[in-house]
Design a protein. Structure first.
Length: 436
């Protein structure tokens, strides 16, 4: 018996609908519209190495293949997951040989962010010589994941998530074209196509896969609201733990805690954990926050953050969700001070600007006779030998003497630190005045 299943190609709908020209390519009009930069580069056959950065399902691989076809170049599809340095060099040598015969080679590397530094470096000399045109695709910010040397030789094009209108257009094409579902005999109302487009969250692969599932489950050649509901019973959370949204949501968590908003903080925490984020990653960020934004205003915040990290390590998901919630709520409610971060950043600037500044002789270690003869340690004042357990001795380099980095706030317990520091500075100033 001939069924819908037998009439459909065994190849997934998303693969069958992959366009082979710019006219059938959905979205990215900011790059591929008439007169736009990438379209001009392709049409003038002036292709250089580039990186496509964008969320999943927006057509990064498809666009690379279209470029190869349009520019009449050899195309090598390279997986960052399954390839090592030897594989890279073998492919590069083949491309070098082809160049000697006047043939241009485009090497497409999907998930280029998965390559380590050594693997990325293996591409560099061939890109520099022009042996290959490298097109990399990544869902992660290339500024973080691609070596600066390689990144500087590539033009980065940012691909955007497809709009609902883009996806609806693509789905309608899939329902009318023979290579798609045009021969299925199933009718899918426009409002259902629009709902699938919204569900897909800008991902063409998700949209087409959902449409295929809906059509396969159609009853009597029609797709009903009930059929659609069964196929998309749980909408995927908009969160890619390997992409930009990963950084957006962790930023939202951090800023919500900083603004003393426990409700928002717990929401963003849940967004990450429910989408499959590693709880240890979140815990590490919470530990950082405890010092960066709370610090000595409530030193117990760091203890609770570290304890939450340990709890995540010991018991894992889903049990550790409450441990992280406890830490996030506590830190949201804690008094805030960024004096730890500002102290370090200020000191770091002086450290970079005065990198060769010598350590003062009196606080140098003198383990050898020669060092002692060179006055290492001469004049050192051991704090515990004095009644106040401190001295007026200067410990900064001469050029930075008197510099202030730690500026305590009056928030929470840090007010005590501020009072104590003021006492210390006043005492030392008085001691120096007396010795003048």
């Amino acid at each position: 018996m001939d069924s819908l299943f037998s009439r459909l190609s065994p190849q997934p709908l998303a693969a069958r609908m992959r366009p082979d020209n710019l006219e059938d390519y959905a979205g990215q009009q900011h790059l591929l519209g008439e007169g736009k930069v990438l379209r001009r580069i392709i049409e003038s056959d002036q292709i250089a190495s580039m990186i496509f950065w964008g969320p999943p399902g927006v057509g990064k691989t498809t666009l690379a293949r279209i470029i190869a076809n349009r520019t009449k170049s050899a195309f090598i599809d390279f997986s960052a997951v399954n390839s090592g340095i030897k594989d890279i060099r073998d492919v590069m040598n083949r491309a070098e040989s082809a160049r000697g015969l006047g043939e241009r080679t485009i090497v497409f590397v999907d998930e280029i962010h998965r390559f380590n530094k050594a693997q990325q470096d293996a591409f560099l000399p061939f890109v520099e010589k022009g042996s290959i045109i490298l097109i990399g695709a990544t869902t992660e910010n290339p500024s973080f994941e691609v070596n600066s040397a390689l990144l500087s030789r590539c033009k980065v094009f940012v691909l955007k998530a497809l709009t609902d209108a883009d996806l609806a257009w693509l789905l309608k094409r899939a329902m009318t074209e023979e290579k798609g579902l045009g021969t299925s005999g199933v009718k899918v109302p426009d409002d259902v196509l629009e709902k699938i487009a919204v569900f897909a969250n800008g991902d063409a692969r998700v949209a087409l896969s959902t449409l295929e599932m809906v059509v396969l489950n159609a009853e009597n050649g029609e797709v009903t609201e009930e059929t659609l509901g069964q196929c998309i019973s749980k909408k995927s959370l908009l969160y890619d733990k390997n992409g930009e949204e990963h950084y957006n949501i962790i930023s939202a968590l951090h800023k919500s805690m900083r603004n003393s908003d426990p409700d928002a903080a717990v929401y963003w925490l849940a967004r990450m954990l429910e989408a499959g984020e590693d709880p240890l990653y979140v815990a590490r960020r919470v530990v950082r926050f405890a010092s960066e934004d709370v610090g000595l205003a409530d030193p117990r915040g760091l203890e609770i953050a570290v304890a939450a990290y340990q709890a995540c390590h010991y018991i894992g998901m889903p049990e550790c969700t409450v441990n992280l919630t406890e830490a996030v709520v506590y830190l949201s409610l804690a008094p805030k001070s960024n004096s730890m971060e500002t102290a370090y950043l200020s000191a770091a600037k002086d450290a970079r600007d005065n990198f060769a500044e010598p350590v003062p002789l009196h606080i140098r270690n003198a383990p050898t006779r020669l060092m002692k003869e060179l006055d290492y340690g001469k004049g050192y004042e051991y704090a515990h030998d004095y009644a106040e357990h401190m001295t007026a001795m200067e410990c900064l380099p001469e050029s930075l003497a008197g510099q202030t980095y730690y500026r305590p706030s009056e928030q929470g317990l840090e007010a005590r630190c501020k009072a104590r520091l003021e006492q210390i500075k006043a005492w030392k100033a008085e001691q120096r005045r007396r010795t003048k």
